[in-house]
Write a protein that binds this ligand. Structure first.
Ligand code: 5AD
Ligand code: SF4
Length: 467
């Protein structure tokens, strides 16, 4: 049994990244059995679930969409806010109930929540019916843990890692759009954030491994790839060779896949070279997610965000100027410990300045083990909720205003699926990452088509295919 601890998870000591080739061969020993996989949280987790799916399918399991039908349940958890945890614990109750009648059911939990020592203790003490606990650093051990399952809870979580695994197999959700990891972990330790503790130190994949993966995706017909990292701008800083993110992005663009995106690009290490590559290549999409978190310099400092509001605005303006029609979105936290009304007003001022295409807004959630969790906080939840409400009013106003500028114009849209609400429609995304519901036949799924926008809403556009 290996349990995590935050002391090791915080370890900043620089150990060279080790690269390991996963040459795994598993046999389909569970043919006829079914798996139920539920994913919580960010794109990184969504992509990890594609790895989990590949393991389960190689072992012979087939996916099912109801918990009751399943022989194995895998919950890929998120720890970034308290409500993500509540959902997992709620779902575990259902799985426990099912296990009463289905004794052989295997219950497995992985993901960020399992990197938290308290949560692992909780599973051990209060949820003994959980069979397997595996962490973010050793997901590749999951198939062995399933095959060699013992009649006892098995906990295998490591606190930190200097490892990068290559040749990971994925059973991808989409045949059109693919996630590609470029870095793992984070070194920034924003004081509110649990991610540096759950995902370990920043490690970059080698450029050739990334470029080869993308060449393979192009050959397989993928139309879009999104480069993934907690902070993609830091790519290459730990590599022996000088290989900044701008260079990687340029090499990726040259492969010639139709659409290239990246997340998350924080407002530091965002170089002029990087802006230049986004501006130069038509297949690098004019869409940037640029988290601000707060419009108050005081709060940014307490959050350990390494920029000021003034620096952020300068970067924002530079991107807007260099990349025509760029869409910029952001993340904002309200109610950070002792955020004053004045701090909050400065956040509103910033939103009024940037007029974002969209923003993901959150109430600060205390994460045990982080620096902010020890900060004194006199702001009531009621006040925080009120700030979130007021912020969303402003954010939504600008989202709608931006979307309205699309009305009546024609834009290329990559169609990715059938509309869930209306089966006579399909849906896809503009270059600027806006969701569009389109009147068009299903045969266009997987193609980039021209769409005339007929109506703008706050969170989506409606349109018609132009022949
Ligand atoms: N409370 C609220 N929001 C958080 N985020 C990260 N940690 C917390 C927290 N403790 C938000 C940040 C980040 C996004 C992915 O989640 O805005 O950019
Ligand atoms: Fe968390 Fe900050 Fe790292 Fe983003 S950059 S993952 S918010 S610590």
């Amino acid at each position: 049994m290996n349990k995590p601890n935050f002391k090791d998870a915080m370890n900043r000591c620089k150990i060279a990244t080790e690269y390991e080739d996963l040459q795994e061969n598993y046999k389909p020993v569970f043919i006829g059995k079914k798996y139920f996989l539920r994913t919580y949280g960010c794109q990184m987790n969504v992509h990890d679930s594609e790895q989990i799916r590949s393991y389960l399918e190689t072992l012979g399991y087939e996916e099912c969409l109801s918990l009751e039908e399943s022989d194995i349940v895998v919950l890929n958890t998120c720890a970034v806010r308290e409500n993500a945890k509540d959902k997992v614990i709620g779902f575990l109750g259902r799985a426990k109930h099912l296990k009463k009648t289905k004794k052989d059911l295997i219950i497995c939990i992985c993901g960020c929540l399992m990197q938290e020592p308290n949560e692992v203790d909780n599973i051990q003490e209060k949820h003994p019916y959980v069979d397997i606990v595996v962490g973010t650093h050793n997901l590749h051990e999951l198939p062995n843990l399933i095959m060699n399952r013992i009649n006892k809870q098995s906990i295998n979580v490591y606190s930190n890692s200097n490892q990068v695994y290559e040749n990971v197999q994925y059973s991808r959700d989409s045949k059109i759009s693919a996630w590609v990891n470029i870095t793992y972990g984070c070194n920034n330790f924003c004081t509110y954030c649990i991610v540096p503790y759950t995902r370990g130190r920043e490690r970059s994949r080698k450029p050739e491994a990334i470029l080869n993966e993308i060449r393979g995706l192009k050959a397989a017909g993928y139309k879009e790839i999104t480069l993934l990292g907690q902070n993609v701008n830091s790519y290459g800083k730990d590599l022996e060779e000088d290989y900044p993110f701008s260079k990687l992005l340029e090499e990726v663009a040259k492969i010639g896949i139709e659409r290239v995106r990246f997340v998350t690009s924080n407002p530091w290490n965002f170089t002029d070279e990087l802006i230049g590559v986004v501006a130069k290549y038509d297949n690098v999409m004019p869409y940037i997610h640029l988290p601000i978190q707060s419009g108050s310099n005081e709060v940014l400092k307490k959050m350990n965000r390494p920029y000021t509001v003034e620096e952020y605005k300068r970067l924002f303006d530079k991107i807007k100027q260099a990349v025509p029609n760029v869409a910029i979105t952001t993340d904002i936290i309200v109610g950070f410990p002792n955020e004053t009304e004045e701090d909050f007003q400065q956040t509103l001022d910033l939103v009024n300045y940037c007029k974002y295409d969209g923003a993901f807004t959150f109430i600060y959630s205390k994460r045990e083990g982080t620096i902010a969790a020890k900060m004194d906080d006199k702001v009531s939840l009621e006040e925080k909720e009120d700030r979130l409400y007021r912020l969303n009013e402003v954010v939504n106003h600008y989202s709608l205003e931006k979307n309205k500028t699309y009305e009546g114009i024609e834009v290329p849209v990559l169609i990715v699926g059938e509309s869930e609400k209306d089966s006579s429609k399909v849906y896809g995304y503009t270059e600027t990452n806006k969701l569009v519901n389109v009147e068009a036949p299903k045969s266009v799924i997987g193609s980039i088509i021209n769409v005339k926008i007929t109506e703008a809403k706050s969170f989506s556009l409606d349109g018609k295919m132009i022949l």
